[in-house]
Write a protein that binds this ligand. Structure first.
Ligand code: SF4
Length: 367
């Protein structure tokens, strides 16, 4: 084990109870047989890979991790126990449709400290359109259940720019979410991805102006309720930023485990098979890309500029052994002159720059 081994681990559970109309994540409808084979494969994956014990964070996402019945959830978390002794954050994604008190107790017993709940909206018509089967009351009940079992660090995911969504509907959903007193909120605009039910039915997100108005409203409203925007789509109460996701934005290395996961270790980025059978046949299989130094420099800038705190030059120097200004000095000066970046101890986007981040990033692309 090297000191430089990743301190963060992502594990993907590729099952859901039902499939949401907008979702293109790696998932399949839960079946007992498939999940049994997957858990056996996962055990083989852990047996065949070397992972440091003193991880900082574990994040179990999906899919829907808690669609596993209690016994399988217990099995999954037991596999992770050897790595969970010194964590600062242990997150599991939660769908209230399949949550029970028994499952919450299992999560708590294994040290899970943070829950990320898919809330999306409180608008029942939109939830139906999205093929989601819960209400805002179910979210609230789920939060109570988590809190009374000691999992009190809770994040809610919301979506906006949904087909036919009005500004009033979004505002109602956000206000209801805030009233539930989460610690963290993530707000994502709908992207219609190929092979989703929305794409097949020809649904469209809202027009760009309405989407921009919604984003403006979100960014100007949430700070009034004590949620500081620390990333383009993420807002947190004091000290409640996601440690795991911040590691991604800091461009730290992380292990990726299971069907559909990705990982990055040094100059090696890999995707695990997305196909469940392929994964179960060979859980050690990875599709690997070797990154050039120039690619990694660009990716570090790309990820860090998503953060309000921006990129500290020292972090760049520590990573690559060369000053940021030596590599990008003239491009940075030009972007500062045009009002897109600013520098005050760290390099960050201005308000305007963050609205057109993709154009800013184009300027950093390797020649
Ligand atoms: S949004 Fe979540 S619950 Fe819905 S299909 Fe995708 S992974 Fe499953």
């Amino acid at each position: 084990m090297k000191m430089s081994d990743p301190q963060y681990l992502y594990l993907h559970v590729p099952f859901c109870r039902t499939i949401c109309a907008y979702c293109d994540f790696c998932h399949t409808v839960y079946s007992q047989k498939a999940s049994r084979l997957w858990l056996e494969a996962l055990q083989r994956e852990f047996g065949g890979r070397s992972v440091r014990r003193n991880l900082k964070t574990i994040y179990i996402g999906g899919g829907t991790p808690v669609c596993l019945p209690s016994a399988q959830l217990e099995q999954l978390l037991s596999l992770l126990d050897p790595y969970a002794g010194e964590l600062t954050e242990y997150t599991v994604e939660i769908n209230p449709e399949v949550m029970t008190e028994e499952k919450v107790k299992i999560l708590a017993a294994h040290g899970v400290s943070r829950a990320s709940i898919g809330y999306q909206t409180d608008d029942l018509n939109l939830l139906k359109l999205m093929n989601r089967h819960h209400s805002a009351d179910d979210i609230e009940e789920c939060m109570h259940m988590l809190r009374r079992n000691g999992i009190s660090n809770i994040s809610l995911d919301l979506m906006y720019s949904l087909p036919s969504q009005t500004m009033e509907s979004l505002q109602g959903a956000v206000r209801r979410a805030v009233m539930m007193e989460p610690d963290h909120l993530s707000l994502y605009s709908l992207q219609i991805e190929e092979n989703t039910l929305f794409a097949k039915k020809g649904y469209q997100p809202l027009d760009e102006d309405t989407e921009a108005d919604m984003y403006e409203w979100i960014c100007s409203t949430l700070p009034k309720y004590g949620f500081e925007q620390y990333e383009i789509s993420n807002f947190a109460r004091k000290s409640k930023q996601s440690v795991h996701n911040t590691a991604y934005w800091h461009y730290e290395d992380f292990y990726g485990f299971s069907c559909g996961a990705s990982g990055k270790e040094g100059n090696r980025r890999y995707d695990k098979p997305k196909n469940l059978k392929e994964y179960c046949d060979n859980p050690l299989k990875e599709y690997t890309v070797h990154l050039e130094q120039s690619d990694m420099m660009f990716e570090m800038i790309m990820m860090n500029l998503r953060l309000r705190e921006g990129l500290e030059p020292q972090r760049f120097l520590d990573r690559f052994g060369v000053p940021l200004a030596d590599v990008y000095g003239s491009r940075i000066s030009s972007l500062i002159d045009r009002g897109l970046l600013e520098f005050s101890g760290s390099l960050k986007c201005t308000e305007y720059g963050s609205r057109i981040l993709n154009s800013v990033l184009e300027e950093f692309l390797p020649d």
